[in-house]
Every structure is written in C-alpha cells, then in structure tokens.
Write a protein that binds this ligand. Structure first.
Ligand code: GDP
Ligand code: MG
Length: 443
C-alpha cells in the first residue's frame, strides 16, 4: 500500500539516519526528497510546499534532551502525520438511526463499500439496513441486493422507481428501526449538473449524519477538484479511499482531505467484503516510512533517561566508579522503555529484523531477576560490590527469592561490565582496543 511513496520517503529518512552531520544542506536534501516523493504520488503542490516550509522552520529550532538527528526524524514524522491527518476518526453510532450516505463518481467503489460498511457494523452488533438509490445503473440494485443478503442485512430498493429521492422517502419510516442506515447513491463519469441536482435533492431528503465521499486511491490530481465539487454539493464529512491495496499513488486522494477538511475514515484494500480497514494515520505514516512507532519510542526514551542523567553516567564510567547502582539505573532505564522486544520493534530499521523470541525472553527474565536482587541489597553493598562474601550472597538470595547461583551470576556480570568499562577508558588506541576485545569474545 502506497509502497512507492513509502520507499522514497524511507530513502530520504535513511539519509538522515546515516549522515554524519546534520546541517542545512542535509535538511534541504531531505525536504527535496520528501517533496519529490509526495508530488510523484500526486499530492497537491501547495500543500507539499507548506509542509516543506514547516519542516525547515522547525528544523531551525534549538533542541534539548534529544539529538538533533532524532529531533529531525521526529519533526519529519510529525509533519507527515499532520499532512495525512492527525487522529483516527470513526463514525460514531450514537443516534438511532445513524445515517450514512456514500457519494462519488462511477467506479469509485460506493456500492462495494456500502456492503463492506454494512458487514463491518453488523459484526459489531448493530442492526444495519442498506438502501439502493442508484437508478442510473440498474446493475447496482442487483449488486447490493446480492451482497447484502450474503452478509445478512436488510436491503431496501425499488427497481421500478426512477427518482432516487422517492425511493428513500418510501422507506424512511421503516428505516427508523435500524441502528445504522447506509444509503448508496448513483455516480456519473464526471460530476455533471444532473448529478449535482440529483444529489442536492437526495441529500436534502436523507439529511444524513455522515456524507462520505468515496474516492479511488489511484485518482491523481483530479481528486482535489472533484472533492471540492462534491463538498459544495453535499458537505462532505468523511472520506473513504478505495483500491488502496496495490497503488503507488494515494497522494491525490489525500489532497482531497485538505480541500474538504474531512478526514479519511476507512481504506478499502480489496474487492472482498472484509477488505476494509479503519484508517490510523499515525500507524499509516509509520508503516509508510518503515519506522515503527517512532514517536512513542522517542517519548519513552526521553522519559527513561534524560540527557543529563546519561551524561552523568558516562562520566562515572570514565572515572571507573561504576557500581551496582549504575547497573541498576541502566536496567531501570531499559525497563521503563518497555520490553526489549517492543523496543526493537520501535527502533527504525529494527522492526523487520526479528530477534529470536526466546533470546529476548531469556534476557528479559534475567533483567527482572537482577532487579529483584539489587533491590534486596543494602546501599553499602550496591556501591561496594566487591564486599560480597558468601554470607551476603546468601542473605540477598533469601531476600530476593533467587538462587545463590543467580546472585553470583549477577556479580559476575557486574565484574565483566566493569572490566569492559576500564578497557574502553584506558585505551585510546582503537586498534589496540580491538585486539584486546578479540581476546574477550566471550563477553
Ligand atoms: P461504484 O460505481 O462507485 O458503486 O463502484 P463499485 O462499488 O461498483 O466498484 C467498482 C469496481 O471497483 C468493482 O469492480 C469493485 O470490485 C472494485 N472495488 C471497489 N472497492 C475496491 C477496493 O478497495 N479494492 C479493489 N481492488 N477493488 C475495489
Ligand atoms: Mg454503484
């Protein structure tokens, strides 16, 4: 889905992740890449320029707490999210009946989507009716009659009546018994005066709570004008993008959101009735960029370890006084960032790189136990780990509910970490350091 757009955006973000210095030229580069990617997917030129300006402006702001690089990734991510729509929007069923009218041109996917929505809401326990008002294409009647009986929702239509408004009015009373009423309408090849007039009348009669514009994801630049005209005719309240499973485009349809001020609610991702997804912009952008849930990661990283704290710890390492308190702090930072597996998923590029689950589980289990052990130690023991004799080990084992062996493992790990620190600090020559490390592979 939107694969091509995603790929080119991914490339530009990789540039950002791998560049040594973050300066104006790299920022300009990235903004240009993003522009190209969005324009190639038919997004509106002005909107893309606005987005670029915003990214450049925010890139200039001073940052604290996270690196410039992370900040920029965050900015790009946030601005793209805003561009594609901020939050998830749903059709709330808080009124009986909640009426939904689908509008759009021929072949955009209205009749299919009517059935998809009916299925979606029926599955959630609502009493659903569908109404066919397309008198322009007789096949629409049969199409919806067949799919609605397949799903098991009630169908209303009248093949003999030529006026869509009359069809609706004929069933209006009966429709009051339903939780949700979905009205399918006729389209045309283009938005003609005839269609505008027909829709204006029908819209007036139905007075639908939700007027949903159905757009094909591959629609291109024409989307904006079309969306504007449908909006002027019926006041579009939401958008459903169809045929989103294979297309490299989608940007055009997304521009339609900005024109109408309406949000994308669902994506159609296939011809089958279950091929309907709720639209989650943040997840969508993350997926588009192959970034995982980057925003959450950045937030948590910031909470877990402020920059000063990290710096402070580094200084302690350098002085060589790394004690169990520090080990504990490290573990806490890790723990408060969530499970290791989740962290891996959230790190750009690591999401697809699956670590064996057992390895993660073992590591996590170990961390948990060590945390119990360190909790059972006295402050003196934590800052002077060398003081541990078998009495102390016994006591900590008892207190933490762990075995003596597990406590000894922890102390061993601590000693190794400390040795490693010393090695890093004492050796300025990288080659020599590598030599030393080779001898210590087991660590
Ligand atoms: P309408 O003229 O707006 O009512 O459009 P239809 O519902 O009749 O759909 C037109 C064509 O698009 C049909 O062949 C549908 O099967 C197809 N279609 C609708 N939605 C999707 C979708 O999400 N993905 C794909 N691949 N095809 C779709
Ligand atoms: Mg139709």
């Amino acid at each position: 889905m939107l694969q091509k757009l995603g790929d080119s955006l991914k490339d530009s973000l990789n540039k950002l992740k791998t560049s040594l210095f973050i300066d104006d030229s790299i920022i300009n580069d990235i903004v240009r890449d993003i522009q190209r990617a969005l324009l190639q997917s038919d997004a509106n030129v002005k909107l893309v320029l606005d987005l670029s300006t915003k990214i450049k402006q925010r890139a200039k702001e001073p940052v604290t707490g996270i690196s410039k690089r992370d900040y920029l990734i965050k900015v790009v991510y946030e601005e793209l999210t805003t561009f594609l729509g901020e939050d998830t929007h749903k059709i709330e069923v808080n009124k009986k009946p909640t009426t939904i009218m689908l509008i759009g041109l021929f072949g955009s996917g209205k009749t299919t989507t009517t059935a998809k929505l009916a299925k979606f809401y029926k599955k959630r326990g609502h009493k659903v009716a569908v109404v066919e008002t397309d008198t322009w294409r007789p096949a629409a009647y049969d199409q919806l009659l067949q799919t609605s009986s397949q799903i098991g929702v009630d169908f209303y239509g009248d093949k003999a009546e030529k006026d869509p408004t009359q069809i609706y009015l004929k069933f209006e009373d009966k429709l009051k018994d339903y939780d949700i009423v979905i009205v399918d309408t006729a389209g045309r090849d283009r938005l003609s005066d005839e269609l505008v007039e027909e829709l204006t009348q029908l819209n007036h009669a139905v007075n639908a709570d939700h007027r949903i514009l159905v757009l094909s994801g591959d629609i291109g630049q024409g989307a904006e004008k079309q969306a504007q005209m449908f909006h002027d005719t019926a006041g579009v309240t939401g958008i459903i993008l169809t045929k989103m499973e294979g297309t490299a485009k989608g940007g055009g349809a997304l521009s339609a959101c900005h024109v109408t001020g309406a949000n994308v609610l669902y994506l159609g991702t296939g011809e089958k009735l279950e091929d309907l997804e709720e639209y989650h912009p943040k997840r969508f952008v993350g997926r588009l960029l192959g970034m995982g849930d980057l925003e959450t990661l950045l937030e948590r990283a910031q909470e877990a370890m402020s920059e000063e704290k990290a710096e402070d710890m580094q200084k302690r390492f350098q002085k060589g006084n790394f004690d169990l308190n520090d080990l504990y702090e490290q573990m806490n930072a890790l723990k408060s960032m969530g499970s290791l597996g989740k962290i891996m998923e959230m790190i750009p590029g690591m999401g697809s790189l699956k670590l064996p689950k057992e390895a993660l589980d073992v590591q996590e289990e170990k961390l948990k136990k060590w945390k119990y052990a360190i909790d059972s130690m006295t402050p003196y023991e934590r800052s002077n780990p060398d003081c541990f004799n078998s009495n102390r080990v016994d006591r900590v084992a008892m207190g933490s509910g762990l075995s003596i062996r597990e406590i000894r493992d922890l102390l061993k790990q601590y000693k190794q970490s400390k040795k490693m620190m010393k090695m890093f600090n004492g050796e300025q020559d990288v080659n020599k350091l590598m030599q030393k490390m080779k001898g210590k592979r087991g660590f």
